[in-house]
Design a protein around this ligand. Structure first.
Ligand SMILES: [Zn+2]
Ligand SMILES: [Zn+2]
Ligand SMILES: [Zn+2]
Ligand SMILES: [Zn+2]
Ligand SMILES: [Zn+2]
Ligand SMILES: [Zn+2]
Ligand SMILES: [Zn+2]
Length: 366
């Protein structure tokens, strides 16, 4: 047998398939998809397969289940008739060892203790060491506590959420290895640059100094928690992010035409691309009052306000990866658009008001 799994490319020992009958993916990969991602579709044809059957991969002689409806509709964990059923993945097995392997893969357990136990087992085993770790680990939180208390090891929380693998496949780090892993990738645990497949550490929000799992997660954070200038965006001047609205306001003052009227300051985002636009705004909105808004040279923004969000170690990749996202309908552009729309709405609303005030005044005068 020299077939390889279509997902992990490992030699195909045990295969799992559903009603569509595609026998190209190993039972471990099928179990991982069904257990971690709760995805019950066939990896080859995307057919939704509520139940799948796992058996030894024997090429043309692989056992074929032609009628999945013949399998019991409701089954509990363990032996059911001639098969074994794993509830967590909804996989049927015709081999108890393969069933046990997949069940163990899906259990939350300490891989360090498991390795020790199996090594001890070969040497005859010490009952005391087995008993010591017999206490069942019921959750990821308990596993994290156990790893720290017993082995002084950590899992990366970002990888726990972001890397879609089973908990037993999560990597374990010492404190210093974890720091290296987050910053640039740890050569001891994460492997060589080639083995890491482009992983150069988790990208960091330079404002909050918080790392995120990947560029998409960082982008989501930055567009939700920080501000960008809709005018610069419209002019395609590139996109800088600002820590908060106060810093964006400083930018409006220094680079654009910002209305300093108290009410406009409260409304926020009342800023214009050109002087004539600001003058028009003043005439329409503030004609009874003194024109306040002037492009002031006194508010020079220091370069520190133009912080870029590039993650450490990831160079310009973030920028280039984010660029197409931004130009589509990213959050940032939506924010820009909506603030623009608000402004138009506010303008017409207040000019409406001023007309009503005038007519109201007339009525009073009559
Ligand atoms: Zn596989
Ligand atoms: Zn299929
Ligand atoms: Zn342990
Ligand atoms: Zn990580
Ligand atoms: Zn941030
Ligand atoms: Zn701007
Ligand atoms: Zn104004």
């Amino acid at each position: 047998m020299d077939d390889a799994c279509a997902v992990c490319a490992e030699p195909l020992g045990w295969v799992a398939y559903g009603t569509c009958g595609h026998r190209e993916v190993c039972s471990a990969c099928v179990a991982r998809l069904r257990f971690v991602l709760r995805d019950q579709r066939c990896c080859i044809c995307m057919t939704h397969c509520p139940a799948v059957f796992a058996t030894k991969a024997l090429g043309d002689r692989t056992k074929v289940i032609s009628d999945f409806s013949a399998l019991p509709a409701v089954a509990g964990e363990g032996k059911v008739g001639e098969y074994w059923y794993h509830e967590g993945t909804q996989v049927w097995f015709d081999d108890v060892e393969n069933y046990r392997t997949v069940r163990a893969m899906c259990q939350i357990s300490c891989t360090v203790c498991k390795d020790n136990t199996s090594n001890n087992g070969k040497k005859g085993g010490s009952k005391a060491s087995k008993a010591k770790h017999k206490k069942k680990i019921g959750s990821i939180e308990q596993l994290k506590t156990h790893l720290f208390d017993q082995h002084h090891l950590y899992m990366c929380d970002l990888c726990l959420d972001g890397r879609k693998v089973l908990s037993c496949e999560q990597k374990l780090y010492t404190r210093s290895q974890l720091n290296k892993h987050i910053k640039n990738g740890d050569p001891d645990v994460d492997g060589s640059k080639f083995e890491r497949r482009g992983f150069v550490g988790h990208p960091m929000c330079e404002f909050c100094k918080i790392p995120f799992y990947g560029k998409n997660e960082l982008y989501t954070h930055v567009t939700r928690e920080h501000y960008s200038c809709h005018i610069c965006q419209r002019q395609q001047r590139g996109q800088d992010y600002f820590m908060n609205y106060d810093e964006l306001e400083m930018h409006f003052r220094s680079d654009h035409f910002f209305c300093e009227d108290r009410e406009c300051l409260e409304k926020k985002f009342i800023v214009f691309q050109s002087e004539p636009e600001l003058k028009r705004h003043n005439t329409v909105e503030h004609r009874e009052r003194k024109p306040h808004a002037k492009r002031t040279a006194t508010f020079k923004v220091s370069s520190s306000h133009n912080c870029e969000i590039l993650g450490r170690g990831s160079g310009n990749h973030v920028a280039s990866v984010l660029a197409p996202l931004r130009s589509s309908s990213g959050q940032a552009s939506q924010a820009g658009q909506s603030s623009g729309t608000n402004r138009v709405v506010q303008q017409s609303y207040s000019s409406l008001l001023s007309r009503q005030e005038v007519s109201g005044a007339r009525i009073l005068w009559l």
